[in-house]
Ligand binder design. Sequence first.
Ligand code: GLU
Length: 487
Amino acid sequence: MEIRVRFAPSPTGPLHIGGARSALFNYLWAHHNKGKFIVRSEDTDLERSSRESEQNILEALRWLNIQWDEGIEAGGEYGPYRQTDRLDLYRDYTKKLFDSGHAYYCYCSEEELEQERQTLSAKGETPRYRGKCRHLTTEQRTVLEAEGRKPVVRFHVPEAQAIHVNDQVRGDVVFDSDGIGDYVIVKSDGIPTYNFAVVVDDVTMKITHVVRGEEHLSNTPRQVLIYQALGLPVPEFAHVSLILNTEGGKMSKRDGDTAVLDYKQKGYLPEAIVNFIAMLGWAPMGEEEFYTLDELTEVFTLDRVSKSPAVFDVQKLNYINSHYIKEAAPERLAELALPFVGEMGILPQGERSDQQQQWFIGFIEAISEKLSHMAEVKDFVHYFHGAVPMEPVGEALEVLKGEQVPGVLKLFGDKVQEIELLSETTVKVLLKQITKELKLGGKLVYMPIRVALTGQMHGPELYAIIPLLGRENVLKRLEVTEKRSLG
Ligand code: GLU
């Protein structure tokens, strides 16, 4: 049997990390089994759904390289793939449920329902709809409709039944049908509710495995009852645990930084996000932490999905991202860094001269080891660009007060002026010469030069900084430092 799984987001906001994880697990499970991955849209919340959100979701999936075989924009045999385009289908299935006696019209008003909830709560019972309208006669319905009441359609929940959800992650989870109450499957405006539409979609799209967030586990018995009423086999379920933040609170869709494309904007690499979210609630065998999408596809199985909550730790993400930054070609990193550097006005966003491009690549190479995401390039620009170093303070300022410093800086300046070409190799030689000629230990030479040029005690390698700054800026920075120490 072909494995068919789906990702069915409600397009009511951007794709967030939890949604991306569901999509990824479905993708991996499908492709691990040479099956199909479907993306469709649950857009029946007409007020909150938008095409803009749908586009955001699709764009984020594409950015992560989570491709789908069927669904929105991809097409396929079982479309359409937006629920609002499938209303006729839901009508057909509603009729089936009416015909088999599993559905009925309910005319209760909001006030009547509220009263029932309160009565049950007062008795210490679970508030639920107990089926008041189950057996209305045609005459009674005519009277109610004459009052202007618009009915909803409810599902007739069987009494005293144990509903088993055989979950691949959680095992056999049993629900008592008496706690459920007859739930609405079609609202008074004719739009189906989630629990009904999702079953119709899963049935008609021949879904074999439903892999989704744990928050849907409590909906599952309602869905199982509908399968049973239709006389259809129930798919396999796998409910993936919640993602908590490091404080143990629930990650919320409303937190800005949970949106996947925010990470794109900050210059994270998509392969790092994929690697990171794969480990949110799933673990491979062995110690290896770095997995590409293809490697994940190879090893992913549902039996290694964990029951316990996953923790979203941005430090871990940064660690994984820095690994992929080190692996990436400098040209690619330069492209990703461009918006941030461009924002600072030091490079044109469009065409760059060969010299500018060379400088830029050199800059990226010099710092890539230190980056956890590309937005951080901004913090390094001051080392490599411009005629004025940062103002030294504290210990750095003390470094410049050493008695050897004027001699070191003078000799360094002279050598920079004389040298034909500033490169990593020539700068290394030049610095060594100074220690030899002045008979000073390395630190007494390198540290004042570093502080004079950058205002800082730490930073990227001097032999990377000096050629990228270029002769002119090096000499100007030395001048600025000299003036500062005189003033
Ligand atoms: N629309 C639901 C959500 O976004 C998906 C539920 C499901 O996968 O069954 O959470």
